[in-house]
Design a protein around this ligand. Structure first.
Ligand SMILES: Nc1nc2c(ncn2[C@@H]2O[C@H](COP(=O)(O)OP(=O)(O)OP(=O)(O)O)[C@@H](O)[C@H]2O)c(=O)[nH]1
Length: 223
């Protein structure tokens, strides 16, 4: 496995479709979670390996990340959503969910409410996407263990119920698992796309076969 980040371009405050230039992304990843759980901090840590204490809390940003993953040139598009969308933004939120191939649901381990919101978000995802979506459940701010309000086992149980992988991490400490979260989700998305496109190919081959059989039956019955 080879991983190398070559570039990450930032489209500040623009909708996801604005970053369509160049190679189409192999995966579109959306980061969701309550305000202040550390979504931006995790994305910035993944892209730059840095931690910045303060971010503009209201902006949405998309990032195009070019890398070599599993010896293949790879483009990942990442949407860091605003944690506190206004009611008027609910259409935007729905658009973001439709846009995404996979989702990172973030809560902070010292914020019980954010944990409960993560479960609600997964229901929203499944409802909008009409399928069990690819996702990762991430408990952030592990460096604040002394303030913990959500136990590891609770995270594990919720992740199992959601059929998601589960990680606890800290954007401020910057463990290796942060890259793993993004790259594993990307691989899951790719695998799913491959299975779906094989299924589509099989079903169109079957359709051709059915038409051919009908023609043969017609010829047989008219002779
Ligand atoms: N101690 C600690 N603080 C963190 C960590 N991650 C983020 N923070 C802090 O938590 C605050 C919120 O971080 P953001 O990354 O802006 O959170 P967000 O989820 O993007 O918030 P919104 O943009 O409002 O949706 C900032 O003050 C960060 O410095 C972490 O792992 N540990």
């Amino acid at each position: 496995m080879q991983m190398r980040m070559t570039s990450a371009s930032i489209n500040k405050g623009k909708p996801p479709e604005s970053s369509n230039k160049g190679k189409q992304p192999d995966s579109r990843i959306v980061i969701l979670g309550n305000s202040g759980v550390g979504k931006s901090a995790l994305v910035v840590r993944f892209l730059t390996n840095r931690f910045i204490w303060e971010y503009d809390p209201t902006l949405e940003r998309t990032y195009k990340h070019h890398t070599f993953l599993d010896e293949e040139p790879t483009v990942m598009e990442i949407l860091d959503t605003a944690g506190q969308p206004s009611p008027e933004d609910s259409i935007q939120q729905e658009g973001n969910i439709r846009w995404g191939d996979g989702f990172i649901l973030v809560y902070a381990i010292n914020d019980r409410h954010s944990f409960e919101s993560a479960a609600a978000l997964k229901h929203q995802l499944d409802h909008i996407k009409k399928t069990n979506v690819q996702c990762m459940l991430v408990g952030n701010k592990m460096d604040l263990l002394h303030e913990r309000h959500v136990r590891t086992e609770e995270g594990e149980t919720l992740a199992q119920e959601m059929s998601c992988a589960f990680y606890e991490t800290s954007a401020s400490d910057g463990g290796e698992e942060i890259s793993e979260i993004f790259y594993e989700l990307h691989r899951d998305i790719k695998r799913r796309k491959m299975v779906e496109s094989k299924g589509r190919r099989r079903s169109s081959a079957q359709q051709v076969k059915n038409v051919f059989n009908r023609m043969l039956n017609k010829i047989g019955s008219s002779s």
